[in-house]
Ligand binder design. Sequence first.
Ligand code: PEP
Length: 256
Amino acid sequence: MAKYRKKIVAGNWKMNLSIAEATELASSVARGLAEVREVDVVLCPPFTALGAVGDAISGGSIKLGAQNMYWEKDGAFTGEISAAMLRGLFCRYVILGHSERRTHFGDTDEVVNRKVRTALESSLEPIVCVGESLEQREAGETNEVLEAQLRASLADLGADYGKVIVAYEPVWAIGSGLTAAPAQAQDAHAWIRSVVGEIAGSEVADSLRIQYGGSVKADNARELMSQADVDGALVGGASLESRSFVEIVRAGVPND
Ligand code: PEP
């Protein structure tokens, strides 16, 4: 029998929203999803709003996530933030290796791997992003690129592989309005699951939750998340509006 995997939908607010705006959005999402328990929901505001959003969602089932972190514990790393600092703000998840980090801030697979290992050591659950560029897809290199990113980003995680979430985010679909066709997403997710099976064994692979990210909207979320290997969504733009994010989460409720 196929393994049941609870869907997980995360909102990546990127570098948007004041503390007041973030609080209002989080409260509105929490009200909209008060009855929903069938999907894990994560809000990832900018660092400045983590405390306020944590307060706004406390007592409910929505969880807090950060958008990045550094691997060192403390010290002279101006501008960085540690895993313990995120734990202190009650973060449970952290997005690592987002393509915007890889493109603008030089996060290589090796950097992502160091961050992933530190996050796990600190009891944070990493959402590890992988995805191919348009040129790579057009050159037929998608599987190769995903495999290389996974093998390097997820190297040497020991007993912790089961705590990792992977987000498949084709770079060409992020913030572009272009979405992977459901069958394209399914193919990539099935490939990711098979590669993780080779890295960490079939039990881990069967339980691994793989989110799709890239212009997920209320009107395409259901079809994407109904694919066999699509276990949720990582949502950028559409998570900045309460109504659309709530609808996306609802689209992940089984048989809703
Ligand atoms: C993202 O930031 O991870 C993302 C998928 O953005 P968008 O939904 O706006 O494409």
